[in-house]
Design a binder for this molecule. Structure first.
Ligand code: ZN
Length: 394
């Protein structure tokens, strides 16, 4: 897809492979500038809201606007499609509608949400959560990146006014319906032989941080019996996550940071992040409780302390059934899929009628460089999105 090719190379991560495009870093700011230029080239009016989300308007902004879009930031070493596909498909759908002479009767906007992955400040969907009031601005402003820079400082450097960050009911009230197109994260469409699907639900999911504190020491001289090594309960927590992940539950430790982090040093502290999801909220909570209990036992066994913090939790999201019926009305009998992946659409769904479209990912892999969609399938996604926008805004 030619618009997506414009982004190749921006934020390429030589160490991890794939892309690292974290909010308000140079590559992400470069992508924002690209989006703004592309939108302006199409005669769309671009504005940045008080939380760093970008809106490109076809027609006078709100109310009852039909809004589509996604995000441009990535996880560390992420794929090329998660996020950008939804943004470039939205621009391409505008082109496609224009080419047919379509004129929207409702305002139409393309949105780029900030920090969807939480790749820099740890809380996913930060831009849409701030917009809708799902996170308190006081808490968001104090979130820090791995270098100790706060979200407030980074936002100020990017030209936002930290004192204005927070719920934006005027911006939310302009949205009549929200549609997010996204690359499929999983492999349901490949066996079905179908390029596009409609989203049904998002599984409940959350992130927990477990901090194990022991005593730093010399790897050569500290007697094994005297050690309080937090790496041991951390390791047992990783294994507990695997055993807590029963049928339908996913529990993952994808990030673990020992402090100070020396080869010949017994760590003094280890931070472990647990990501857990399941089809039901009790199922998710049960798995997390099991991991926390195992972590506490493991810490006690090794003479360490453990502190557990819930960094975020999102309950089950069911996308709007009325919208889904209208999507099926124009797209026909396309598959309807649940997902375990969180999205800004999941945050918006609590406030406005919201739906999602997925484009087939033949590798089934996401949040990694192998994430993929063919040009033909991307084009099918654009056609589906254009058809849905025409139905909603026509
Ligand atoms: Zn995404």
């Amino acid at each position: 897809m030619s618009l997506l090719r414009d982004l190749e190379g921006v934020g390429a991560d030589r160490f991890r492979g794939g892309y690292s495009r974290h909010v308000f870093t140079d590559p992400e700011l470069q992508l924002r500038a690209w989006f703004t230029e592309q939108a302006q080239r199409r005669g769309l009016d671009v504005e940045q809201d008080r939380n760093g989300n970008l809106w490109a308007w076809w027609g006078t902004p709100g109310p009852d606007a039909v809004v589509t879009g996604s995000h441009l930031d990535s996880v560390p070493g992420g794929g090329a499609f998660d996020g950008p596909l939804g943004v470039v498909s939205a621009l391409a759908a505008v082109d496609e509608l224009r080419a047919t002479g379509f004129r929207p009767r409702r305002p139409l906007a393309v949105v780029v949400f900030a920090e969807e992955e939480g790749g820099r400040f740890g809380v996913a969907c930060l831009g849409s959560r701030l917009l809708t009031g799902a996170i308190a601005p006081e808490r968001a402003l104090k979130l820090t990146d791995p270098d100790g820079v706060t979200f407030g400082e980074a936002a100020a450097r990017a030209g936002l006014e930290p004192e204005r960050i927070g719920p934006d009911p005027d911006a939310v009230s302009r949205i009549g319906a929200f549609v997010e197109l996204h690359v499929e994260q999983g492999k349901a469409l490949e066996p079905l032989g179908r390029p596009v699907a409609i989203g049904s639900t998002i599984d409940p999911h959350g992130r927990w941080r477990l901090t194990f504190v022991g005593r730093g020491d010399h790897a050569g001289t500290a007697a094994m019996a005297d050690r309080r090594d937090p790496m041991l309960p951390a390791a047992r927590t990783v294994l507990a996550a695997r055993s807590a992940a029963k049928a339908g539950t996913r529990a993952t430790v994808g990030r673990l940071i020992p402090v100070p982090g020396g080869t010949n040093v017994v760590a003094s502290r280890v931070d472990v992040w647990l990501d857990a999801r399941s089809a039901s909220e009790p199922g998710t909570r049960e798995a997390v409780d099991e991991v926390i209990a195992a972590a506490q036992q493991a810490a006690a066994d090794e003479g360490c302390e453990v502190e557990v913090r819930e960094e975020s939790f999102s309950g089950e999201v069911a996308f709007d059934p009325g919208l889904r019926d209208r999507f099926r009305g124009v797209l026909g009998d396309v598959p309807v899929l649940p997902t375990g992946a969180g999205h800004d659409a999941g945050v918006l769904a609590a406030h406005v009628p919201t739906g999602m479209l997925y484009v087939r990912n033949p590798t089934g892999v996401s949040h990694a460089p192998e994430e993929f969609a063919t040009d033909e399938d991307c084009a099918a996604g654009v056609r589906a999105l254009a058809a849905v926008l025409e139905e909603l805004a026509g």
